[in-house]
Design a protein. Structure first.
Length: 649
């Protein structure tokens, strides 16, 4: 994990350096005065030599020297002009009891206060040890530098670099050029590292790669605050762990909050999922992830896109904020805000909700939707006029339906099942260019392609109106095929709304072809009123018939033939003698004002209808098989054609 790499890399290696660095003495003040002379504190043997105005001291055995706060120890030394020292054998330089440097030999310029150390050089600062072949130590600026490679150790951790500098005045240590850190649990390679012993800050100043057995972090800039346990990896920041990869402009870590942030073009992906956003934040304590700005999430089941996405892994909940799109083929959900509880199995979408079933070419638009992604359940409410809207494609045309509530669900809860059931209830209204309808409630199954309209349904098609207690609309190949009117069927047709052709019976079946009414079969207590017309279209009379069954054949939206079955009683009345009000069959209602004329009518406020059924009179005579349909029958069937027993055609 990212957190483990940070802790291993910085805490194990740099924290001890941080602790020992606290012993560093205050920086030396620069003073414009002649340099102090080097004082000999002890030597087993001392030789003095003076030539050409130059004083030289040769010291042998247990040599101890001092200049201000600097002490030097060695086996032998040569001092020139009491200011320059050439030391050999077990050389040790100490400054204020904080830093000790060991070497095979050294040259020290007391005027410049610079020491050059050679051989097996070791710089010791607390538990930190730096090994190199050559080291330059400026005791005036308190800066130690090396350029020929060095190794620093801290317990089992080892750091190597070609160059480096330790600034004791500013409390900073630089490791430069081919920096490597090796530890039993991690490795690090970098171009440049800087550590401030006072602020306890580590800075990555060049390309840096941190690795362990399972994870890697790469960056080209950044820092780690060891005191506050805060880190930032920037410039091409990347995180890799097995099949997981994360990239961002910056990767931030807060150890106290146990929080990780991918900031700027953030991307996280593995073999099963992918997340991207302007910013991704993850909290390890509560196992919560937050994506902000152009947020997207994708897995094997769904794609989510939103302004913001919040995921609570512990409680298996997520929510989005801002315009959101969730693709869960074949379903697509869009809304201003979405929340989903995976443990409960239910979610809520709010604000300009658009739900699509691409396989069924169906769309639901509403203000609020409750849904279950696993079972395919969707309950829609609110919207324009406080009514949800359904749109579906039929016959290369759109059918619009609105109601107080729409409910869509899979007929089988199995995920792969494509059978869907649609329910609409309270004040259902339907609009299609060649068909309109209203009812109290409705159901539709894509298995049999039948719309079932309940409680005082009315259907309009061209110049015809269909009324019954229950109406079924059957589609075939996405085209209107048949309309079944069950109980109290009443069909009215009027091309001019002056005179009304009427058909009434217990049951009726209307058959369509190419969107035109071609046949009407009526069963049980059949009655008809038909206005005959001449070739010029003028009305010539009205025919009124009562029988058990009848069949009407249509052409060009007008009656071509009428067949009556079982003791028909008919009479023809000339137009001048007909009382047209008396020609209206009991139960006649021409519901012109209720017809849906345009899509906006689906949402318009209107007075709620009172549902009153008008029963038919008992049949005087009827065929034994002309009764109602069995309850188990899901689809009414037209009567079988038979030889007529009387009447006209």
């Amino acid at each position: 994990m990212l957190r483990n790499l940070i802790k291993i890399t910085v805490l194990l290696f740099l924290m001890p350096l941080c602790l020992t660095a606290q012993k560093t003495t205050p920086s030396v003040k620069k003073e414009n005065k002649p340099p102090s002379k080097i004082t000999v504190l002890w030597s087993d043997l001392l030789q003095l030599q003076q030539a050409k105005g130059q004083n030289t001291q040769r010291l042998i055995g247990d040599v101890q020297l001092k200049q201000d706060s600097v002490f030097m120890y060695c086996d032998s030394a040569t001092i020139e002009q009491e200011i320059r020292v050439f030391a050999k054998g077990n050389v040790i330089i100490q400054q204020n009891d904080t830093v000790s440097v060991f070497a095979d030999s050294a040259y020290y310029d007391g005027a410049l206060r610079i020491a050059e150390l050679f051989g097996e050089v070791i710089l010791v600062n607390g538990t930190q040890k730096l090994f190199t072949d050559r080291l330059t130590y400026n005791l005036g600026t308190k800066v130690a530098t090396y350029n020929d490679g060095a190794v620093m150790t801290n317990g089992s951790t080892q750091l190597t670099s070609k160059g480096g500098a330790y600034f004791t005045e500013t409390k900073e240590i630089y490791f430069q050029d081919s920096v490597t850190v090796v530890d039993p649990r991690f490795s690090l390679r970098s171009d440049t590292l800087k550590f401030n012993t006072e602020t306890k800050m580590v800075f990555f100043l060049g390309p840096t790669l941190i690795s362990n057995d399972s994870s890697r972090i790469y960056c080209e800039s950044g820092f780690y605050d060891t005191q506050n346990n805060v880190a930032e990896f920037s410039e091409n920041a990347q995180y890799l762990r097995k099949d997981q990869k994360a990239t961002a402009t910056r990767i931030l870590y807060n150890g106290k909050k146990k929080e990780y942030v991918l900031d700027g073009e953030a991307l996280f992906e593995d073999n099963h999922r992918k997340a991207a956003a302007d910013m991704i934040r993850y909290n390890e304590i509560n196992d919560q992830t937050f994506l902000k700005g152009n947020a997207t999430y994708q897995d094997s089941l769904q794609n989510i896109a939103s302004d913001e996405i919040f995921y609570d892994a512990k409680n298996k909940k997520y929510r989005t904020k801002g315009r959101s799109r969730i693709s869960d083929p074949p379903n697509i959900l869009e809304a201003d805000d979405v929340s989903y509880d995976d443990s409960e199995g239910f979610g809520t979408a709010a604000g300009n909700v658009v739900w699509q079933d691409t396989s069924a070419q169906t769309t639901i638009v509403c203000a609020l939707a409750n849904y279950n992604r696993e079972t395919g359940y969707l309950k829609a409410s609110g919207g324009k006029g406080n009514r949800p809207l359904l749109i579906t494609r039929i016959e290369d045309d759109s059918l619009y339906m609105a109601a107080d509530t729409l409910l869509s669900l899979r007929a089988d809860t199995l995920k792969g099942d494509s059978a869907r059931l649609l329910l609409a209830y309270k004040d259902v209204r339907i609009f299609k260019s060649n068909l309109q309808a209203i009812c109290d409630s409705l159901s539709y199954s894509n298995v049999d392609s039948i719309f079932r309209l309940f409680r005082a349904p009315i259907i309009w098609s061209d110049t015809s109106q269909f009324v019954a207690d229950t109406i079924h609309i059957q589609l075939k190949a996405q085209k209107l095929d048949r309309i079944f009117l069950r109980d109290n069927a009443f069909i009215i047709n009027s091309p001019d709304e002056l005179f009304f052709n009427q058909i009434k019976g217990r049951f009726a079946t209307a058959t369509f072809k190419d969107d035109e009414l071609r046949r009407m079969d009526v069963q049980g207590n059949a009655e008809s009123v038909y206005y005959a017309r001449d070739e010029a279209g003028g009305y010539v009379g009205v025919n009124k018939t009562v029988c058990s069954e009848m069949t009407l054949l249509f052409g060009n939206n007008k009656v071509d033939q009428i067949k009556f079955f079982t003791q028909p009683q008919a009479r023809a009345i000339p137009m001048k003698q007909a009382n047209h009000d008396e020609m209206k069959i009991p139960g006649f209602r021409w519901e012109k004002e209720l017809r849906i004329k345009k899509v906006d009518d689906l949402f318009a406020e209107r007075e709620r209808r009172q549902f009153i059924a008008v029963p038919l009179a008992p049949a005087a005579s009827a065929r034994p098989d002309s009764g109602g349909y069995p309850e188990s029958e899901t689809q009414p069937k037209p009567p079988t054609p038979r030889k007529r027993s009387g009447g006209k055609e």
